[in-house]
Each structure stands twice: as structure tokens, then as C-alpha cells.
Design a protein around this ligand. Sequence first.
Ligand code: THU
Length: 132
Amino acid sequence: MDNSALVKAAVDVRARAYAPYSRFMVGAAVETDDGRIFAGCNVENAAYPEGTCAEAGALAAMVAAGGRQVRHVVVCGGGNAACTPCGGCRQKIREFARPDTPVTMVSDSGRVLMVRTLAQLLPDSFGPDSLA
Ligand code: THU
């Protein structure tokens, strides 16, 4: 499967991250089941806890456009260390993805550093079906 457009979306949006406090820029892109791609970057705030993660931005853009089912997530951090989603973002992804949905971590140049399924990142998770 060709993921180049999804990877490029994550790499490109990372350049627009607003991270003046941590200087840690992150981009994320999600692809929906119908092939649409949505991107988001981290947006920090002088009131530090109000900052938001890249994954949250990408998911918010998806939902605002009517998207619901994620089939692939790409996260782009700096350098060559994989930027894995924080705990809160794993749960946010959980809302819209399946246990076997891949989450791919790429370098700032788009090189694949790590691939995990959502279930590997968030085992025994609580989700919409848990409320049924
Ligand atoms: N960050 C993300 O946007 N996504 C991640 O997966 C990990 C961390 C952001 C939050 C904060 O703006 C900065 O990276 C440092 O933690």
C-alpha cells in the first residue's frame, strides 16, 4: 500500500507546529476509510496545560469534515527517535480506529521508524463499545 501522501501530510504539517515552549514540533495525519487525509500539528500555549497535541488536531479536523473511521495514523516527530503518541492521544485515536489500525512513526524526513497497531499502543482499552 502506498502511504506516501499520508506521510507527506504529516511531515508537511509538522513544519507549521506552534511549539515555542518545548521546541518539540510534531505533525500527525490520519487517513479515513474513504481515503481522505487530515493533518494536525501541536499547538502550545503560554498556559502550558492548554497546549494540544498534533494527533488531537488531526482528529478534530477529520471529525469537523464528517470523517469517523480511521484506517491509518502517521506521527512525525523530530530527528530519528520515534515520536509515539502520548497516552491521551492513544485514547483519542481509540475512539475512531480499530485495534489493528496501524500507527506509523516517521522521522522529520518521512522515513519510517516504527509501526505499531493501536492495540499494541493501548492494550485492553476502553472504547465506545465498552459503553454498550
Ligand atoms: N506532542 C504531540 O503533539 N504529539 C505526541 O505524540 C507527543 C507530544 C507534543 C505536545 C507538546 O507540544 C510537545 O509535543 C512536547 O511534549
